[in-house]
Design a binder for this molecule. Structure first.
Ligand SMILES: NC(=O)c1ccc[n+]([C@@H]2O[C@H](COP(=O)([O-])OP(=O)(O)OC[C@H]3O[C@@H](n4cnc5c(N)ncnc54)[C@H](OP(=O)(O)O)[C@@H]3O)[C@@H](O)[C@H]2O)c1
Length: 284
């Protein structure tokens, strides 16, 4: 591992996120080169000590962080840049297939390629709250200036997959909270009153994950706490209550429909994570 702050870094793409990335590297003391299609966006960073690369090829000398709108912009920009010997860390958002294809493409052009995903907003870059996921060859440089950096494995698609898995968790939890909030509002309970209660439930459920993960990994789902058919009876209350209150019942119905399918397939006596079988195949 090279010294944390001495690795020369280039940042290609100075939109909202790229600018935050470049600023964090500068702040941590990395010699920082920047390049952007619209060169004027580099002015503030240059005033703060960054070097402006005159061409995209000039920006590919050290470890090059790429943060553009999408993968097609990455391929379009870097296609003619001369990638032989370059080290690319592509933090542009995309899916795992794009990440794997772009890794193969970059390697064919002689570059070392890591893919990545940023689970943060620009203002949190440079703090521990900014989660940066990397996948591909294990890096021999440190990007800790950006936040909490995790290398997930050699498969370049992993960072994108963890990213969408995390987004699924985030929006599912938020939707569940909004559903309960809509129900309670009908009784005059405001969101702020329900929020601490909801938070406690979410934290309690989070504690179940290691045990449930063990059941999924073993492929064995003994009903140690409750059976799925017992859960499904509570789900029926959730649907009926939503309909009776006149709030949206789509989410409760989806939850119940998935459990019903697993029960119909003979899993009613097993524990909740047996529903992984429903999530592992395309829905109806
Ligand atoms: N902003 C966030 O909160 C956030 C959070 C997580 C992940 N991300 C991801 O980070 C990436 C960048 O987001 P952003 O918010 O920085 O977007 P942005 O402000 O719209 O910036 C887009 C950047 O891409 C460049 N670009 C687009 N097409 C190009 C092309 N064909 N050739 C060269 N440069 C091109 C733009 O250059 P010009 O300046 O010349 O137009 C600009 O530097 C996205 O993949 C986004 O999903 C963003």
């Amino acid at each position: 591992m090279t010294d944390k702050t001495n690795t020369p870094i280039s940042v290609v793409g100075l939109g909202l996120m790229g600018t935050a990335l470049a600023r964090a590297f500068l702040k941590a003391g990395h010699p920082t080169t920047v390049w952007n299609r619209t060169a004027a966006k580099a002015d503030a960073l240059v005033a703060e000590g960054a070097r402006l690369a005159p061409t995209i090829g000039d920006a590919l000398g050290g470890v090059t962080i790429v943060c553009l709108t999408d993968y097609s912009a990455v391929r379009e920009l870097l296609g003619d840049a001369g990638l032989d010997g370059a080290t690319l860390v592509n933090l542009t958002s995309g899916d795992s297939a794009q990440a794997r294809e772009t890794a193969a493409w970059a390697e064919k052009h002689g570059a070392r390629y890591l893919d990545g995903a940023i689970m943060a907003i620009p203002s949190s870059i440079g703090t521990d709250e900014a989660v940066i996921l990397l996948s591909g060859p294990r890096p021999d440089f440190d990007l800790g200036a950006l936040g909490t950096v995790s290398h997930l494995g050699e498969d370049p698609g992993l960072a994108s997959l963890y990213d969408v898995a995390g987004l699924t968790m985030m929006w599912s939890v938020l939707n569940a909270w909004l559903q309960g909030t809509a129900m309670l509002k009908t009784a005059g309970v405001d969101a702020a009153t329900y929020a601490p209660f909801a938070r406690q439930i979410a934290a309690g459920v989070a504690d179940w994950l290691p045990g449930y993960a063990e059941q999924i990994d073993k492929g064995s789902f003994p009903a140690e706490v409750s059976a799925l058919e017992t859960d499904a009876r509570a789900m029926a209350h959730m649907v009926e209550e939503s309909e009776a209150l006149g709030v949206n019942a789509e989410l409760p119905k989806l939850i119940k429909a998935m459990a019903d399918r697993a029960i119909a397939a003979g899993h009613g006596g097993e524990q909740y994570p047996v529903l992984i079988r429903e999530f592992e195949r395309p829905g109806s």
